[in-house]
Design a binder for this molecule. Sequence first.
Ligand SMILES: *[C@@H]1O[C@H](CO)[C@@H](O)[C@H](O)[C@H]1NC(C)=O
Ligand SMILES: *[C@@H]1O[C@H](CO)[C@@H](O)[C@H](O)[C@H]1NC(C)=O
Ligand SMILES: *[C@@H]1O[C@H](CO)[C@@H](O)[C@H](O)[C@H]1NC(C)=O
Ligand SMILES: *[C@@H]1O[C@H](CO)[C@@H](O)[C@H](O)[C@H]1NC(C)=O
Ligand SMILES: *[C@@H]1O[C@H](CO)[C@@H](O)[C@H](O)[C@H]1NC(C)=O
Ligand SMILES: *[C@@H]1O[C@H](CO)[C@@H](O)[C@H](O)[C@H]1NC(C)=O
Ligand SMILES: *[C@@H]1O[C@H](CO)[C@@H](O)[C@H](O)[C@H]1NC(C)=O
Length: 515
Amino acid sequence: MASSHTREALMSRRVTVGAPGLLLLLSLFTCLLRCALCAKASNVILILTDDLDVELGGMTPLKKTQALIGDAGATFSHAYTATPLCCPSRSSILSGKYPHNHMVHNNSLSGNCSSKAWQAGPEMQAFPVYLSKKFYQTFYGGKYLNQYGTNETGGVGHVPPGWDQWHVLVGNSKYYNYTLSVNGKAEEHGDNYEKDYLTDLILNRSLNFLDSRSPQHPFFVMLCPPAPHSPWTAAPAYQNSFVNVKAPRDGSFNKPGKDKHWLLRQPVNPMLNSSIDYLDNAFHKRWQTLLSVDDMVEKLVKKLQDIKELDNTYIFFTSDNGYHTGQFSLPIDKRQLYEFDIRVPLLVRGPGIKPNQTLQDPVLNIDLPMTILDIAGVNISLVDMDGQSFLPQLAPSLRNGTSRPYFLVEYTGEGHTAKDPQCPKLGPGVAECFPDCVCEDAFNNTYACVRTFKDNDLQYCEFADDEAFVEVYNMTADPHQLENVVKKVDPALLQVMNQRLIKLQSCKGDSCRNL
Ligand SMILES: *[C@@H]1O[C@H](CO)[C@@H](O)[C@H](O)[C@H]1NC(C)=O
Ligand SMILES: *[C@@H]1O[C@H](CO)[C@@H](O)[C@H](O)[C@H]1NC(C)=O
Ligand SMILES: *[C@@H]1O[C@H](CO)[C@@H](O)[C@H](O)[C@H]1NC(C)=O
Ligand SMILES: *[C@@H]1O[C@H](CO)[C@@H](O)[C@H](O)[C@H]1NC(C)=O
Ligand SMILES: *[C@@H]1O[C@H](CO)[C@@H](O)[C@H](O)[C@H]1NC(C)=O
Ligand SMILES: *[C@@H]1O[C@H](CO)[C@@H](O)[C@H](O)[C@H]1NC(C)=O
Ligand SMILES: *[C@@H]1O[C@H](CO)[C@@H](O)[C@H](O)[C@H]1NC(C)=O
């Protein structure tokens, strides 16, 4: 009764009200047109793993990911992070800026990790803000920044601008027993596999998001699983996988870092057996956790097929930084300037990208947001970021452009002012001294490097320590960086590299790209 009454009312309005009815029709038409135009923009998915290397074979367990993203699109052989540590690197991915411009220097609040200054500054102009203005429906699931959710910075109630759906981990990577911010409300999780396993949970939430989205707008999904970060908790089905796999013994494994900066001259060489056992255990457990990520990718691609969006979706798969297990006798971690820590996997599939390509062009994590905004149709010449779109490399039929000849990697070492009570023989100023009191970081592990490709395949690094230490590697002759050639190369070349470094260390926006 009620509905027929309403219909009658509508009908009578349509016949009696002429001019406003026309206006209504007109606005309906323009709305439909706008929706039709925006529906043409492609969807984007960004999968950001935590500490996944490429040098140590980190992609090996990810067979389905390789097939469904890499083989269906492009694999970059020279993808790098602008800084090899979680919070500064993730801040670079969100803001598109080098650390000297976003000013997130380490994993602590005092180093600006998810701090009030970050929230009031770079986070306000992070790339999802631009996507949201382009009517993208946005979803974030998993780890954000290591200090996210701390009470000093607004707790779980803080939801950064640009996100429609926010299912984000409080603090650093965990697989069980964590708190999530679900759109600003705390949600506690225990350790029941079916209910709580974080990699599976964020996948499930993203699938729900895809089912409940409004199909006339494009979507952006960012999935940040804890894998393969410690504590390396595998799903029950994978707890017996790879148990006999050991860390690779080639390259710089268990080599002394004798011609390198102070921190690299400290580790015991050869390594203690207990350190080797520790890193082998970590190595196979890392791989176990990746099997759930591989399932995530498979299920996501299947869902895109089911909702008929696969052909209109770009999928990016990458990591915040690399990793090492025994390289130069450092047991496990990241934070070093060497390829194993700064080089990351990067696979991309999507419209206009030919399958089965390996691209040699150097790309940086600060390029990810510019590339995504380029895909979304944002006028990126007006976006204040240091990176550049690599859509021209991915899909030359869609864009023209060349990649940069060299770039900057910068890192601020972490340390503790007090001595480590577990390691009484060590002085203050060091950090991450385990296992066996081998330290992975120090205040003076603060460096900036230029990595050049076009004229020379070279890495040049300067340390902010009291030796003003310099390391130089010929990457063609010595891909494992075994020999620091600073005393052998032409001093004129060192001067050129030093000048490039100085310019890059204060670059901003265009001056980071126009080299
Ligand atoms: C990519 O290459 C692999 C191995 O050569 C082949 O099996 C596969 O069909 C190729 N994929 C596409 C999408 O062309
Ligand atoms: C934190 O970032 C703000 C700007 O966002 C900057 O002014 C401040 O110096 C930074 N703090 C540190 C310790 O670098
Ligand atoms: C924030 O404060 C609440 C209440 O005091 C406490 O239960 C919670 O653990 C704190 N959260 C963090 C991340 O420090
Ligand atoms: C989760 O917390 C419970 C209660 O504190 C504890 O018994 C359990 O061992 C924890 N599980 C994991 C995987 O850490
Ligand atoms: C995710 O969804 C699957 C399929 O519905 C279910 O079996 C699994 O328990 C869910 N896992 C979590 C952590 O929500
Ligand atoms: C360390 O391991 C090697 C190889 O397994 C073995 O030969 C050596 O005896 C061990 N050293 C110690 C001190 O246990
Ligand atoms: C992080 O950076 C801040 C600011 O530079 C510094 O005070 C703090 O000691 C750093 N934290 C660590 C663990 O090094």
